[in-house]
Design a protein around this ligand. Structure first.
Ligand code: PXP
Length: 248
């Protein structure tokens, strides 16, 4: 099966919030995350990802419900492991939930979720989501302890954090790719679905073709940036075309 593309549209909301955060009901508030999701669908996206953060810096709850109701693609909700987000997920009922770490100060998600260090809390959250029929992924670093812990808490999927890979330079790139290869092998051997995301762009994606067993990539910033030049539909089409060369 070919590699799937989950398009993260958070930064469409970032652009709207830059002007309309204090005027949420303005009839001029744009751009619309739902329109972006529908354009991503037209470009060949396989799913849509949104991250409703505790500080609501980009996606608002209303966006999540509008995308859920108006876009037929599977919806992946990235969420912190908190009672507030659990309650949002249970009423939104996305197809997938990806549990991520979250701190207010970070610019974007930095580092994977410390599943090994928060095992009971994560297990409870995974259990509640799964009982509600939501498939659960854990966003983790390519680290054996975290992968073992992901298996212990009953998640079906992991999303390997590719941020260190994306920020690496020179010889470090190969070392990061090798970490991802080992992690992916280990997780696939435990029957976990393996996804990847963070910092993947049109220039670095081919280095990730060495990583086996990947099912889906979640990509946001680079696609939204490209969309400013060529439109969302075309930006997604270009990414899907590039990903078609994934050899596994
Ligand atoms: N996956 C996760 C878990 C993320 O938190 C993010 C960023 O919101 C992404 C993927 C997408 O990262 P990027 O915007 O760098 O493509």
């Amino acid at each position: 099966m070919s590699l799937l593309l989950g398009v993260n549209i958070d930064h469409v909301a970032t652009l709207r919030q830059a002007r309309y955060a204090l005027l949420p009901d303005s009839p001029n508030a744009e751009p619309s995350p739902l329109d972006a999701a529908l354009d991503a669908l037209a470009g060949g996206a396989d799913s849509i990802t949104i991250h409703v953060r505790a500080d609501r810096r980009h996606m608002q709850d209303r966006d999540a419900f509008e995308v859920r109701a108006g876009c037929p693609l599977p919806l992946n909700l990235e969420m912190g492991v908190t009672a507030e987000m659990l309650s949002l997920a249970l009423s939104l009922k996305p197809d997938f939930a990806c549990l991520v770490p979250e701190t207010r100060e970070e610019v974007t998600t930095e580092g994977g979720l410390d599943v090994a260090g928060r095992i009971e809390e994560v297990r409870r959250c995974v259990g509640t989501l799964r009982e509600a029929g939501i498939r659960v992924s854990l966003f983790i670093d390519p680290d054996g302890h975290q992968i073992e812990a992901a298996g212990e808490v009953g998640a079906e999927m992991i999303e390997l954090h590719t941020g260190c890979f994306a920020n690496a330079e020179g010889d470090e790139v190969e070392a990061e790719v090798n970490r991802l290869i080992e992690a992916s092998r280990m997780a696939a051997g435990m029957d976990l679905q393996v996804n990847a995301g963070h910092g993947i762009n049109y220039r670095n994606l081919d280095r990730l073709f060495a990583v086996p067993f990947l099912t889906e990539w979640n990509i946001g910033h680079s696609i939204v940036s490209r969309a400013i030049r060529v439109g969302m539909e075309q930006a997604v089409r270009e990414m899907k075309a590039a990903m078609a060369a994934y050899p596994f």
